[in-house]
Design a protein around this ligand. Sequence first.
Ligand code: JCH
Length: 227
Amino acid sequence: MKIDAVTIFPEYFAPAQLSLLGKAQNKGLVELQVHDLRTFTSDNHNTVDDTPYGGGAGMVMLAEIWGKALDPLMVEDTDLIVLTPAGKRFSQSMAAEFAAKSHLIFACGRYEGIDDRVRQHYSSPEYQSKNVLVHEVSIGDYVLGGGEVASLVMIEAITRLIPGVLGNPESLIEESHNSDGYLEYPNYSKPQEWRGIPVPEILLSGNHAEIAKWRALQANERAKKNL
Ligand code: JCH
């Protein structure tokens, strides 16, 4: 999978070189390219924003600069993901859908966001005929300073679902057995007693059918409690 991220803060993506995602890139399963939006400016101050038409607080990112950055990336079969607090809520099922794609672009805004004509332009019939889709996505109901951290969250959730990225595919199979991958039972490891708290007896029994039943019950109790 090819992933492009466009941002005025490329350094936010440094953690993408670590752990599973870093290894996936070394293995050639994921190719992440981070682009500095400011390299597409042509004025002395590298301006990427201006005041909003209609007035109001804050600044809006310029369509002209975003167009220059995105045009060369918007090839056939591309999903353009625009992060915004007003977007469709990101979920495990959405991650699975994006994991099957060949090319994702993450447009990371700052300030009050990006001039809406950028979204409109790349949603036009010209791009639809190139199998380009534009998605406005939010990772949750809280307001971040920009799209970078949200993109990193999405990239991690998506890329770990690409075949070969996770070392141990058993954990993916186990995830897929419950509804959305986050109905999890409580985990225990050594020692058998820690600060007076024992590991539940059933987990030491070797009875795998009973262990599976107990874990399913625990997962459901936990899910109800956290609603
Ligand atoms: C973003 C902002 C609009 C602050 C600028 C670009 C995504 N789940 C999620 N929370 N926040 C974001 C996000 C994504 C992209 C951008 N900002 C800051 C934008 C605002 O209007 C109230 C406020 C935030």
